[in-house]
Unconditional design. Structure first.
Length: 363
């Protein structure tokens, strides 16, 4: 099939702030530039901070659905009214709904799913009854029936085979690519003098991110002059503020809120830390090293182990070991890093390299 004739539907829950949405925009824009006819289909457009980042020639279809539970009839209607060669779904729930809608409408197109997190861990830690027991069961029964799935890391691929019945030949491992502004950071010549006495966390303030453990580790650091900046919003904010006060680190813990200019914080920080219970492929680590800032992260079931090169761009820490996290943060603060060498480790995540993998899928 000639690539200029292939028609792709790219499906996502929303275009709000988040790593998955940023990757969605990068992938969709790239495929459009390569000559594919592509549409962006969203469950809803609530808080769409990434909407304006999509190529202006890409049509956005808003299904106006609050959750995946009510998505199926809307997808069926879209599929019946539109001719697709490929569909790429940026969530497992959407992928399953696409599979059912394809069967229901008796249409014929290829479905690529794309995971966001390591699924078995995501559903292990969720407190929502419906997601934990109903959604997870449905995924185990239906998810592997789609044609292919894109895993962001090898750890995610292993999890899909072990817990969700995928065959290895169905899985394509494709890391996340750097966004344009972070590729520009790779070209800059930096000086250690621009660093401030701060540690950075970037991301949502949610239970998944293990921020209580991060605050515990921060409270144990040898350097009592360094500050911790938490950039992002979420439901845990009030609790974390109170917890920081309880630990006696309230004055050194700064809650910044969400910003679209996160690269400024990466450049200024001495260190970026990730303390999550689980991730898929944490963009925050790749973005940080692209800005020349080292990283410390738990050795999660997937993700950090494929990004961090020990002693060259950061340190991996025993999973959920808070004392080891504090020790690694101290060590990173005391290490004399080469910003240029750190940036070199981010070159493998350039979009020109990663996006070729996506191009191969649709050829």
């Amino acid at each position: 099939m000639d690539k200029t004739q292939a028609r792709i539907g790219a499906f996502i829950f929303n275009l709000s702030k988040g790593g998955a949405q940023g990757v969605f925009v990068t992938v969709v824009n790239y495929l459009k530039q390569q000559g594919f006819e592509i549409e962006a289909i969203t469950q809803n457009l609530d808080d769409s901070v990434y909407k304006d980042d999509l190529d202006e020639d890409i049509r956005i279809v808003n299904l106006q659905v609050a959750s995946a539970k009510k998505l199926l009839p809307h997808l069926k209607n879209y599929i019946e009214q539109n001719s697709l060669d490929y569909a790429i779904a940026f969530s497992p729930e959407i992928a399953v709904n696409l599979y059912l809608a394809r069967r229901w409408s008796k249409k014929n197109f290829v479905i690529y799913g794309r995971c966001i997190n390591t699924l078995s861990y995501e559903y292990r830690y969720t407190k929502a009854f419906f997601r934990k027991y109903i959604t997870n069961t449905l995924l185990k029964f239906f998810y592997h029936k789609i044609d292919f799935v894109i895993a962001q890391s090898n750890g995610m691929a292993e999890d899909l085979c072990k817990h969700y019945h995928f065959r290895w030949e169905q899985i394509k491992v494709i890391h996340n690519a750097l966004g344009k502004k972070f590729e520009k950071e790779l070209e800059k010549v930096d000086s250690p003098d621009q660093k401030e006495n701060m540690i950075l966390y970037s991301g949502r303030l949610e239970k998944q991110k293990g921020l209580e453990m991060l605050l515990d580790a921060f409270s144990q650091l040898e350097d009592r002059t360094v500050s911790l900046f938490l950039v992002g919003d979420g439901s845990e904010k009030a609790f974390l503020q109170q917890y920081a006060q309880k630990l006696g680190i309230g004055e050194r813990t700064v809650f910044v809120g969400y910003t679209k200019n996160i690269e400024e914080y990466y450049r200024s920080a001495k260190l970026t830390v990730l303390s999550s219970y689980f991730e898929g492929f944490p963009n925050v680590l790749v973005e940080s090293i692209a800005c020349g800032t080292p990283v410390v992260a738990f050795d999660l079931p997937s993700g950090p182990g494929e990004i961090i090169i020990e002693g060259q761009n950061g340190y991996l820490v025993e999973y959920l070991n808070v004392e080891a996290l504090a020790h690694a943060m101290d060590l990173a603060l005391q290490t004399e890093w080469s910003m240029a060498e750190i940036k070199k480790t981010a070159q493998r995540f350039r979009s020109s390299i990663i996006m070729q993998r996506y191009l191969e899928l649709f050829r």
